[in-house]
Design a protein around this ligand. Structure first.
Ligand code: HAM
Length: 430
């Protein structure tokens, strides 16, 4: 017997039971992004490999060992499954010259691919919502993006998502700081772990972000980037924190936050969430003033972030939204009334209700009792019951599955009002 095929390690299926919460997250996110004037863009999942090497950086973890890269069997072109969204969006913005009429706020979402060691909250295919403000130089968009995310967490019902911010300065400050870091780490070469040794001359900044407990004391004594920032960089960062203060958004300035992409400069930030037995970065981003020009466009200072859908879902699973999306009504019917029920369901949809129709199996209709159980389990707020009496009287019976009360008989035309009226009533009470 052949072995049953399974999903690739680190890649997940989304099942119907989880779908309502995913959709709740996606709908809420879209609504918040639109409130801030961000517009949807979509780019391919596959891009030329050099795009990621040039933007993310040759000596970053992602480019060094996490990319799904391959050669096109037809023409030998080097291609990569996108490990993140920024590079593709910037490539597309340049290719279609979308910044010619001024700055643009855009967002995208979809699967990203990184060949990491799978564990809770870390997958090889995962999903991001990615936001980019292209062509905005001031500190206002940096702060706006943090406020936008914080508003999203609030709408999703999350409390205590910690915001960490830092400024990593511009290229010149980083160069001077980098030299000081190399000198410092060289003087403590014996205390460096393998990663730090490997990165000593290629990416010493990344060592500041090490999770290795044995390296913490060494890192604590290392030269701090903030001591190398010039006036303009300091003013920009002050502009960000002043706006966060004015909006009352709490944050921690974390001088060790550096992020693992070469394109960043000045502001970087992360949102860190605590679950029952886990703590993870759910969103991260920052400013990348040089990237558009570096990839061949006209200079356009920019800032963006992405959040991981699976990680936000982990938080949502532990803080379930009160109202999980379900159908407004579930239609149950007596044996022999399948066609009638089918027609009634369509007519209810004409009246803008969402309707789940009980399915038949091989032409057999289940008992009312078993259909009502299914109606209840579906999460629908109302059952529409169709029996011979209802057909004879030209009405349907409506039962409130969530709040109980009398079952009522109504003409089809009055069902939508009854269902929506009850929702309105319960909202007013809440
Ligand atoms: P990132 O920090 O690499 O940033 O990813 C953003 C978020 O994606 C992370 O905070 C995390 O929630 C999620 N994520 C990353 N890797 C995984 C994984 N293997 N499994 C599950 N979730 C993951 C970026 O990707 C930047 N492009 C963000 C950005 C946009 N910066 C400027 N614009």
């Amino acid at each position: 017997m052949s072995k049953t095929l399974q999903a690739v390690r680190g890649m997940n299926d989304l099942l119907p039971t989880d779908a309502p919460r995913w959709q709740f997250l996606e709908d809420t996110t879209r609504a918040v992004f639109e409130q801030y004037g961000y517009r949807l863009m979509r780019t391919p999942v596959v891009e030329p490999t050099p795009l990621f090497v040039r933007s993310i950086g040759e000596v970053t973890d992602i480019v060094e060992r996490e990319m799904y890269s391959f050669e096109d069997a037809m023409n030998g072109e080097k291609l990569t499954l996108r490990p993140e969204g920024t590079a593709g969006l910037v490539r597309a913005a340049i290719e279609h010259n979308i910044l010619y009429e001024g700055p643009k706020r855009v967002w995208t979402s979809g699967p990203m691919f990184r060949h990491e060691r799978p564990q809770k909250g870390r997958y090889r295919q995962f999903h991001q919502f990615d936001v980019e403000a292209l062509g905005f130089a001031g500190p206002d968009v940096d702060a706006e993006q943090m406020l936008m995310l914080s508003r999203l967490w609030q709408k999703l019902g999350f409390k205590d998502v910690a915001l960490h911010v830092n400024s990593i300065g511009d290229a010149e400050a980083r160069k001077t700081h980098r030299q000081a870091l190399v000198t410092y780490f060289e003087a403590h070469r014996d205390a460096l772990d393998e990663d730090a040794k490997r990165r000593l001359y290629t990416n010493p900044l990344r060592t500041l972000d090490t999770k290795n407990p044995a390296m913490q004391a060494l890192v604590a004594g290392a030269p701090m980037l903030k001591d190398y920032l010039g006036e303009a960089e300091t003013a920009h960062f002050d502009g960000v924190t002043q706006r966060l203060d004015a909006a009352g958004l709490a944050y921690t300035v974390n001088p060790r936050l550096v992020r693992g992409f070469d394109y960043y400069n000045r502001t970087v930030f992360e949102f860190i969430a605590k679950g029952r037995d886990w703590e993870l970065t759910i969103a991260g981003g920052g400013r990348y003033d040089g990237l558009v020009e570096q990839l061949g466009g006209k200079p356009a200072a920019s800032c963006g972030f992405a959040f991981g859908v699976e990680r936000v879902m982990m938080l949502l699973d532990e803080n379930p939204p009160e109202q999980v999306e379900a159908s407004d009504v579930y239609v149950v019917y007596a044996d022999g009334l399948e066609q009638h029920a089918f027609t009634v369901a369509e007519k209810l949809r004409d009246r803008d209700l969402s309707v789940a129709l009980h399915g038949t199996a091989d032409g057999k209709t289940a008992s009312f009792k078993s259909q009502m159980k299914k109606a209840d389990a579906s999460g629908a707020r109302f059952a529409i019951i169709l029996g011979a009496d209802e057909v004879a009287a030209g009405v349907v019976s409506v039962k409130n599955l969530r709040e109980g009360g009398e079952q009522v008989k109504l003409p089809l035309d009055d069902v939508a009002l009854h269902v929506c009226g009850s929702a309105l009533g319960s909202n007013l009470v809440a």
